[in-house]
Design a protein around this ligand. Structure first.
Ligand SMILES: [Mg+2]
Length: 258
């Protein structure tokens, strides 16, 4: 019997950076009636509030929902309000070293940026993200900036020897994420196992990047039963099926309807 259903956020529960739609919110609320649920993303807490939490009914069922921003280096649970259980933040020295290295690498890479939209360097506590055109850059500008990853590969080659004690990863369309080594979604999954005392074999994971090299792939490699989806419209029937399997009343209803 599965005890925990874990979702990726962007491209799985919602389109990238967009809110969940009303059908998805209703399905998650139904699912929370029969099983515990968790959501893991590389994004930070405000992104979860915007895309997911403000769209869910605010009731007792939220006690069954765990939120893991920045791949599980932060962990939030619900007890009347949302509470941060922990956050594995960089120290001030670590943060300064990373930010200086990013600035050095950008200057040394030799590309010029004409215009930025919002902050270029964002401190997410346990992850520092460089977004070449700024956090609020329009998607059409972002996709053409470094489609072949050439600019970021150059920056990464400069960054790696400057900050070898940290992991430098290219993400999104224009961004570079700096974290401690070994932080990926499998890390978040092990945090869920430890915090909720639920073994990996009693979890199901649903994500849109479960292919080799995708950011959901480490979860499958860690041994969690994983269901690949190509977007929210595939996540919905998968979730309906899980509800029908786990909830005897719901499957009885479905049976009668059939
Ligand atoms: Mg995704």
């Amino acid at each position: 019997m599965k005890k925990l259903i874990v979702y990726d956020l962007d491209g799985t529960l919602a389109e990238s950076k967009a809110p969940v739609d009303p059908d998805m919110a209703t399905l998650l609320h139904d699912l929370l009636d029969v099983v515990k649920v968790a959501v893991i993303s590389g994004g930070d807490w405000p992104q979860f509030e915007k895309q997911l939490l403000t769209h869910l009914p605010h009731d007792e069922r939220l006690k069954g929902l765990s939120i893991l921003p920045t791949s599980g280096t932060k962990f939030y649970g619900f007890a009347g309000t949302w509470k941060k259980l922990y956050s594995e933040d960089f120290t001030a020295d670590e943060r300064n070293k990373i930010i200086n290295a990013l600035k050095t690498a950008q200057a040394a890479s030799g590309f010029t940026i004409q215009k930025v939209w919002g902050d270029v360097i964002e401190d997410r506590g346990s992850q520092i993200t460089f977004s070449a055109l700024g956090q609020q850059a329009p998607l059409e500008e972002k996709v053409k900036w470094d489609a072949d990853f050439a600019k970021r590969k150059k920056m990464k080659a400069i960054l790696d020897p400057l900050i070898p004690e940290f992991s430098v990863q290219m993400g999104g369309a224009t961004s570079i994420d700096v974290t401690k080594h070994g932080i990926d979604k499998a890390y978040g999954i092990r945090k869920l196992r430890d915090q909720l005392a639920i073994p990996l074999k009693e979890m199901i994971y649903i994500g849109d990047a479960l292919f080799a090299g995708g950011n959901d792939y480490p979860v499958e490699e860690a041994g969690v039963v994983s269901i690949p989806v190509r977007g929210p419209n595939e996540t919905k029937p998968v979730t309906e099926a899980i509800i029908a399997c786990l909830d005897p009343a719901s499957s009885a209803r479905a049976w009668k309807l059939a």
